[in-house]
Design a protein around this ligand. Structure first.
Ligand code: ZN
Length: 209
């Protein structure tokens, strides 16, 4: 009975391992029917895949991404609002327009709004500056991109900015945030963008000061 039980477990394991190998082959094979979105693909220099099954149970992995891992850092970071409706478009701006794949992300409500010296955002400012200093030092940042967006709820809710003053305030804040980031590393290139929300598009304006 015990031997039968052991055999069954072994068989089950082998079946699961076969299934896992099948999934891995599928994951690593090109899939013309369901291509990965072009803007999310980074040219692979080195592909890392999950280790072969056997030692670990296949169920150890919930999911293996089809997007290859590239360990090279790009030495750039972006600070932008957490608003998930804009995440993919901001990736598009950074990856494709600015050619900054694998950029470090600092997504917080209001984005760089907290770097403009608002008293209501004092603690967030300290926290974000600390995080940026960490990234600048550890990941050797050479460039920081700040992105503000039209209709940002953080301004209305947290900073109590009236809607008619919103964009004007955001532009002033981007300017202050640029100075604040440059203040701790004058060699950093800091750029700012304002995202205009169309009915079905997001249009990025480069904000120059
Ligand atoms: Zn926002």
């Amino acid at each position: 009975m015990g031997a039968l039980k052991k055999m069954n477990e072994s068989e089950q394991h082998e079946t699961a391992a076969q299934e896992y190998r099948k999934i891995r082959r599928k994951v690593l094979a090109p899939e013309p029917q369901a291509p990965v979105k072009k803007s999310l693909v980074v040219a692979p220099k080195q592909m890392r895949v999950a280790p072969p099954p056997g030692e670990k149970h296949p169920s150890h992995y919930f999911f293996t991404s089809r997007i290859p891992f590239d360990p090279a850092r790009i030495h750039a970071a972006a600070v932008y609002c957490s608003d998930g409706r804009l995440g993919t478009q901001i990736d598009d701006l950074l990856h494709n327009a600015l050619q900054l794949p694998r950029y470090d992300r600092l997504a917080i409500p209001g984005g760089a709004a907290c770097l403009a010296g608002h008293l209501a955002a004092y603690f967030e400012q300290e926290c974000v500056l600390k995080q940026l200093r960490f990234l600048a030092g550890t990941h050797n940042l050479r460039r920081v991109v700040l992105v503000a967006h039209q209709g940002c709820a953080y301004y209305g809710e947290r900073l109590k900015t009236p809607p008619e003053k919103l964009e004007e305030q955001q532009r002033k804040d981007l300017n202050k945030a640029i100075q604040r980031v440059r203040a701790f590393d004058e060699n950093l290139q800091v750029d700012a963008f304002f995202a205009h929300l169309g009915e079905t598009s997001v249009d990025f304006e480069e904000v120059k000061f």
